[in-house]
Write a protein that binds this ligand. Sequence first.
Ligand SMILES: [Zn+2]
Length: 223
Amino acid sequence: MTKNQAETLVERLKNACNFHRFDEPGVYVEYVRALARFDYDRMEQAIDEIIEEDSRNVPPISVLIKKYKGVAGTKGGRLEVKNEQYCAVCDDKGFLILEELMKIGEDNEGNPVTMKYQFVYHCPYCAVGSQYSYEGSQCKKRSDYRVPAITEVLPDEAINDIYRKNLKKKQQNNNEIKARSLRDITLAVGKDVPEAKYFDEFIPGDAYEGDIDPDIDPEDMPF
Ligand SMILES: [Zn+2]
């Protein structure tokens, strides 16, 4: 959702509940920031349900998110997180894949045999990316598997380069969409002009004036 939508929801909580802490420094901003990561309609529904259950206190953010998860028609059971702003590092995907040639052995002559491997890295710059940060060693079922941040393996210049390329592509796409919709509107206007002219001449109540056949006796007409 947008920041404005998040603010609307926080205002709802503020007005609907008897007690809130939104006047304390930082609380309001923190709620807006937290809610903005989710889908507006679903979060609104979650808030509806919470208010129905108890409208004394504004629930903590964690409760809002839990309720949201319950409400959310999750994709594959996963909570859907969206970026508030476009992330040009990962193109809003949350992860980046790098291909690397890895030595997997040697041939008979002792030359290295390589294979192309793909490695996944999470984007540390956005909300979607934080979903993909995974540390096997931190999990209940420990493993060595982890999805490190792209910043661990690429230098700043390379990340800047990806950023610029994605941003340029995004802008090009936006421009194409704009050009297309403008063209469609122009076409539609051209097509609708004759009809619009017809309706301009139409005056309600006077529709049949002058069109009545003079040979028909008004007495024979049904009304
Ligand atoms: Zn990102």
